[in-house]
Design a protein around this ligand. Structure first.
Ligand code: UD1
Length: 416
């Protein structure tokens, strides 16, 4: 099993290129199920979740080939296939994104229920209720959701909470429904805006993506197109936190400050300087780091996917910071591992209080999920001595060649 060996402390400096957003690529790939024409996606990150989605699409009759950062998806017309099996869904919850497109185009879908995962229960009730509102018959049996509808019909549906995957599934389903669909209380993440831009380029009629209310006027068919995925804000944010944490100086070329506003504002309050360059974000710190509280929330709030990395940073800040996690119920699994490295953190329900600054010392630690792994790598950069991060297959789900990017920035990180 792969590990990272990190020799600390490191100061990270230099420039790296932002990769494409994993969380925008996954729904974009699922959108290939909505057309019988080829779709070309550019700036696709080479990470494990993308390969998992590619396998699922092959299973569902969409040929796909990757050439560097370009993925070409060609539907083969094998439309009798409609199931997303447990083996693939359990590996990656985002597999559930094929539900809406399959139902809209093939009239039926059978998708394994994802079950719980390391960071929380994560039900898909909102996806299902939304599809029912569009006229689908939905049943749960043998651990699978089966949904069918000869023709989905536009309707009004209000989400019980903003859900990223739910909003994406419903937008995709509604593109081919008869009539107009009005979705309220939608998630507003930049990845949803990117998906809507792709779908509109395919001929869909979607208005309001990125706002609370999205309207979709159904069309008969969608065509193929070529689309460039937005830069990954979570990956960029992780490297910017690495700079903040190590008194470093980093530019993430291609990243967009607007997508990262909640993080950048906090980093500025905590004592960092950042600027949006023509094509990228530059961040540096030379003074003291101050403790600042955060509360995670759906976009445009502080992203839950950067909470663990921010917590690693706060272990080095002067004072006490409170970190409140409101999106997932079990997203503090990095805390005991940080504790093994010398951090002082108390957990009280959805609150964590970080007492800083604590000198960190290298230790053997274990990654538990994707973003928790990134947090431990960051802690390893700031720690004295060797840190061994075990189970980095979690990291490989969403970070492309992280050890190479960190090495480019001057860190001593080795994959063993
Ligand atoms: C997406 C991201 C993930 C990120 C999360 C929140 C992808 C592939 N993944 O996950 O990296 O951490 O957004 O920003 O884009 N919920 C329900 N019922 C539902 C749907 C969601 O109760 O039907 C709850 C979830 O349990 C969670 C919250 O809503 O507590 C937000 O989940 P959601 O936005 O759906 O996350 P994902 O789309 O799974």
């Amino acid at each position: 099993m792969n590990q990272f060996h990190i020799e600390g402390p490191n100061r990270v400096t230099g420039t790296i290129e932002a990769g494409g957003a994993k969380n925008a690529t996954l729904p974009a790939m699922a959108a290939s199920l909505l057309t019988d024409e080829p779709l070309e996606l550019r700036r696709v990150p080479r990470v494990r979740d993308i390969r998992t989605m590619a396998r699922l699409l092959t299973h569902l009759g969409v040929d796909n080939e990757a050439d560097d950062e370009v993925v070409r998806l060609c539907p083969t017309g094998a439309e009798d296939l409609d199931d997303a099996p447990y083996e693939l869904v359990k590996e990656m919850r985002a597999s559930v994104l094929v539900l809406g497109p399959l139902l809209a185009r093939r009239g039926r879908a059978r998708v394994s229920l994802p079950g719980g995962c390391a960071i929380g229960v994560r039900p898909i009730d909102q996806h299902l209720a939304g599809l029912e509102a569009l006229g689908a018959e939905v049943a749960l049996e043998h651990g699978y959701v089966t949904a069918q509808a000869r023709q989905l019909t536009g309707a009004r549906y209000r989400f019980g909470m903003p859900t990223v995957g739910g909003t994406e599934n419903l937008i995709m389903a509604a593109t081919l429904a008869r009539g107009t669909t009005r979705l309220e209380n939608c998630a507003r993440e930049p990845e949803i805006v990117d998906l809507a831009e792709l779908l509109n380029a395919m001929g869909a009629r979607i208005k309001g993506a990125g706002q609370e209310t999205v309207e979709i006027e159904g069309v008969e068919t969608l065509s193929g197109t070529a689309h460039t995925i937005i830069p990954d804000r979570i990956e960029a944010g992780t490297y910017l936190v690495a700079a903040a944490m190590t008194s470093g100086d980093v530019t993430v070329a291609g990243s967009r400050a607007a997508d990262l506003a909640p993080l950048l504002e906090k980093l500025a309050e905590a004592g960092c300087r950042f600027e949006q360059l023509e094509d990228g974000i530059h961040l540096s710190r030379d003074g003291e780091l101050r403790a600042r509280d955060i509360v995670t929330a759906p976009h445009p709030g502080f992203p839950t996917d950067l909470q663990a990395q921010y917590m690693a940073l706060m272990t080095q800040a002067e004072g006490v910071s409170t970190i409140c996690e409101t999106v997932f119920e079990n997203r503090f699994q990095h805390v005991p591992e940080l504790g093994r490295m010398g951090a002082k953190i108390e957990i009280d329900g959805s609150y964590a209080r970080v007492y800083g600054p604590s000198p960190l010392s290298g230790a053997k630690v274990m990654a538990t999920d994707l973003r928790a792994s990134a947090c431990l790598v960051l802690a390893g950069l700031a720690a004295d001595g060797q840190t061994v991060v075990d189970r980095i297959y979690h990291l490989d789900r969403g970070y492309e060649r992280m050890e190479q990017k960190l090495t480019t920035l001057g860190a001593r990180v080795e994959r063993v």
